[in-house]
Design a binder for this molecule. Structure first.
Ligand code: ADP
Length: 388
């Protein structure tokens, strides 16, 4: 049976208490579930339910691959209290004498947010990565989104925050259409689309009105997006920054402990000059530059067989710039008609069709980013020796 929301709901009927499945999303071989249960349910029990769900979905999918499952357990108010990423599926039928799956309804008394959650809204986020660019139109939002989706496709729990408050393009790139944000317990609930969680100011303001924020307003808008969105537990939160070196990166550096920043640049000299300024800004703010991405590196005419590459903008310019700055180079992304179309259609999943030059480029980027994040985590954890 092909993997669809309906087939998943059907497969999970024997595994989950009735009415507890709030949402199922499928992004090719990646499945995300949102399940409402009693927050006092013991964690091993929740993990067992998730493993059973994986077993049931795999059986139902037949020959179709299910590479990763993320189950978010939420309380009655929609707050995430546990995230499970089962790797070992358990037979869908409950083991003999095992009764835990029935009667776990959500209790009316919802869990109030803990003092720690209120104080540190990103407490459940392991790695926060800002994506910036020296200038607009270089494909920063497109790269931020595709990094987020690419990480999610590897089984990570990922959020994307559209912090580009002056020109939010994430609603279009994600195809949010008429979806409206929900507020629960005074917290914005992120959209759950294409296997990621996403929040954008573009859904909180009039899409057709120009967004004119003065410094303190920009600070406030960004702060609200960070602090008033219920991100829950995430492996990665990718933040799409406004282009340039304005107020928002400063606010971000004050508010958040970032893992690092990614800089998107096209190969031309003018774009490089701006990107150098962005890199210097991050360094001045004490934010590590995890790497540079060269977008629109070359054009691929993929209607030709074999596809032909055209070097339009001076391929390799951003790579040379990264070397000059002594920061890592994460990879190049070609300019393709497919990427433009999928961006306009709000369908990032289409960028990951097997065997295309685009998916090879995006996979390379994701691998390089995972590597840099792991290095950054090691650096942070490394003990320092002080001799007095
Ligand atoms: P920025 O955030 O830098 O202003 P966007 O990510 O919004 O730029 O990109 C602008 C448009 O350019 C997007 O709608 C997307 O269609 C297109 N685009 C970006 N990168 C590519 C690419 N590599 N190939 C084709 N189109 C691209």
């Amino acid at each position: 049976m092909p993997l669809t929301r309906e087939s998943i709901a059907q497969a999970l009927a024997p595994v989950l208490p009735s009415g507890s499945l709030e949402r199922a999303s499928v992004c090719e071989s990646f499945v995300g579930l949102r399940v409402a249960l009693d927050p006092t349910t013991p964690v091993p029990h929740l993990d067992r339910i998730a493993a059973q769900a994986l077993g049931a979905i795999r059986v139902s999918a037949g020959p179709e691959r299910v590479d990763a499952l993320v189950v978010e357990f939420v309380d009655r108010m929609g707050g995430v209290f546990h995230t499970a990423r089962p790797t070992e599926p358990i037979e869908p039928s409950p083991a003999p004498g095992h009764q835990p799956l029935s009667g776990i309804g959500v209790k009316p008394s919802a869990r109030a947010p803990t003092a720690q959650e209120q104080a540190a809204p990103l407490a459940g986020v392991r790695h926060t990565i800002a994506v910036g660019a020296g200038k607009g139109g270089v494909g920063k939002s497109t790269i931020a989104l595709n990094l987020a989706v690419g990480l999610a496709r590897r089984g990570h729990a990922v959020g994307l925050m559209d912090g580009d408050i002056y020109g939010p393009s994430v609603p279009t790139l994600l195809g949010l259409g008429s979806l409206e944000p929900r507020v629960l317990r005074g917290m914005l609930q992120p959209f759950y689309v294409h296997g990621i969680k996403a929040m954008t100011i573009g859904k909180l303001v009039d899409a057709e009105k120009p967004l004119i924020w003065r410094g303190p307003m920009a600070h406030g808008a960004f702060k609200q997006l960070v602090e008033q969105t219920e991100w829950g537990d995430l492996d990665y939160l990718v933040i799409d920054l406004p282009p340039g070196t304005g107020d928002v990166p400063l606010t971000m550096a004050q508010l958040l402990r970032l893992t690092g920043a990614v800089i998107v640049c096209t190969p031309q000299k003018v774009a490089q000059d701006d990107a150098v300024r962005a890199a210097r800004m991050f360094q001045q703010l004490g934010i590590d530059v995890l790497g540079v991405v060269e977008n629109m590196s070359y054009f691929v005419a993929d209607d030709l067989d074999p596809p032909r590459e055209y070097d339009i903008f001076g391929r390799g310019g951003a790579q040379t710039m990264a070397q000059r700055l002594a920061v890592p180079f994460l990879g190049s992304v070609p300019l393709t008609v497919g990427l433009r179309k999928s961006s306009d259609a709000g369908d990032p999943t289409a960028n990951f069709s097997k065997g295309t030059p685009l998916v090879r480029a995006l996979d390379g980027l994701v691998t390089a980013l995972e590597g840099q994040v792991a290095l950054a985590a090691m650096k942070r954890a490394r003990p320092t020796l002080s001799i007095s």
